[in-house]
Design a protein around this ligand. Sequence first.
Ligand code: ADP
Ligand code: 5GP
Length: 265
Amino acid sequence: MAGILFIISAPSGSGKSTLVSELRKQVSGVEFAISWTTRPPRGSEENGREYNFTSREEFEQMLEAGVFLEHAEVFGNLYGTARNSLDDARSAGHDLLLDIDVQGAAQVRAKMPEAVSIFVMPPNPKVLRTRLRNRSRAEGVVNEEEVYRRLNEASKEIENYREYGYILVNDILDRAVAQLEAIVLAERFYRNGEVIAYRSRRVLEVAAACLQSNSQERLRPVLEAFGVLRSTGQQQLDFGQDTDDDNDADDDPDRGDEKENSDED
Ligand code: ADP
Ligand code: 5GP
């Protein structure tokens, strides 16, 4: 494709959708592939905006018909990217962003090794738990079972971080958004020779610092907190105490830093 294919993956609740929506406000020319899913809409989600919602039966028919570039089962639901998302972006000469899980990302990388892949990590399990609960609360109901299911999956997903070219730790939202923006602009600069205005050097430095190959020291505490660096033994992760919802909001260590993030989705 003329544009660049970006893949972004993260454990659920890391803030990937928040980052992507901020990126889209700040950088033009990036299209977002609207995936198909068999899961029901959540909160204020609308059919055709966040996802194309469908039944399992229809999804399987589409799969059979070869509609999908990639697909995967995540938390008991099917998700897939339609090939036409790629065709549409290609004919418009736009970049395309795929927000897909680690299984889907592996399928796309195998078919399109030139894709730029970005993995987003939450800073630690306790913050992830708080974000999942806050999001659940904002949607009107805290589904503890679902929150713990997603928490338990997080470490397994993080184990795949080495497959990704860039790693973001979504601790302070503004910083993570600036890093994501820098990655997009730097890739446009290197691949298309696109000029990045006067801040170009700084943008290239920020993007380079997010390369996985430059991130070992920065990632160590995150990987340790998720038990990913341990080689043996049962992992006992610290998700924090089970408190009621109000107390839980107070123990979010990053809350004070992130007034901009009061629009929990
Ligand atoms: P994902 O798309 O990765 O599942 P979301 O974007 O839905 O995650 O974010 C999960 C929750 O965390 C949301 O309530 C969101 O507002 C909040 N959130 C996202 N990024 C941050 C951040 N940097 N600091 C605090 N809360 C955040
Ligand atoms: P959620 O249900 O929280 O929106 O998403 C759950 C997971 O499914 C996330 O990791 C998200 O990236 C992933 N996902 C969303 N769309 C797709 C898709 O089209 N393909 C794949 N493989 N995963 C997807």
